[in-house]
Design a protein around this ligand. Sequence first.
Ligand code: NAD
Length: 287
Amino acid sequence: MRTVIVTGGAAGIGRETAKLFARKGNRVVIADIDEIGARGAAEEIAEAGGLAVARRLDVSSEEQWNDFAEWVFAEFGPAHVLVNNAGVMDLGGFVETNAAQWQREIDIDLMSVIYGSKVFAQQMIDHGVRGHIVNLSSMAACFPSPLEPAYGVAKSAVLMASQALRVELRRHGIGVTAILPGAIRTDLVANGQRSGLSETDAERWRAEAGGMQKYAFGGPDKVARVIERAVRHNWAIVPVNVEAWALYGLFRLSPSLTREVLSRVSFDRLEALIPTARSLLAGVTGK
Ligand SMILES: NC(=O)c1ccc[n+]([C@@H]2O[C@H](COP(=O)([O-])OP(=O)(O)OC[C@H]3O[C@@H](n4cnc5c(N)ncnc54)[C@H](O)[C@@H]3O)[C@@H](O)[C@H]2O)c1
């Protein structure tokens, strides 16, 4: 039986990914900073007849990654698949985001992928496992936006890290994939932070902008299916959803046009659009 590790498996994309790999007959290890949520996900899998265990892990800590990898090996032997999914999306302009806020985004969204990939790739190499590592990047990697520069910096670095790792691990028979989802129906925005505002305004803004995410076209189960297929076929880079493919293509075709379009985006314009967009979408979707 293969062992599949999913970080951030307590909620959203990670939870659906853990459920899918379990349905496919794998043993799943759900690693999340939200231990209660991770246990809930493991119980849901067990109730459906699957095999899953939950473990607390703060992915931004290298020490915790090293302890976690030792624990996985002691319990189940070497892991076969690692899905580096845990992440946060903090919003706020480049200048107004302070150094500590930049650091938080880099630690959780980028360093997590580096720590996890290093320790589990080494485990796979040492034990001759022809495994797979999946890293959750984002369409934000092709999206030099004034709304989420720290997130975009972390996710574009994840995209490059995945490709560099893929090239390096090829001779060991280990595959590496970067997944670039578009807008997906989860609580990612509501769970993130917003810089440049007072705490009360940031709270209000997150609730409003986060509330819009429920209208996103793609669900987390769609990303889970893409992740599972990417492991089976050893795909390198996979955008998910039409907007992610469009941005991926546009940014490669014309970075200058992408920048031109995105220079018209601002928090003020977005805020002015939200009420109209919400009533339109509520009318169309009935949500
Ligand atoms: N939802 C989208 O629209 C979207 C789009 C592109 C990329 N992504 C990426 O997909 C991944 C999953 O996002 P989601 O939408 O399911 O979000 P989510 O907020 O629903 O779930 C994120 C999970 O990560 C966990 N987590 C957060 N910080 C952690 C830490 N330090 N250590 C361990 N676990 C931690 C949370 O507890 C949660 O279970 C993220 O990397 C995100 O950037 C999401």
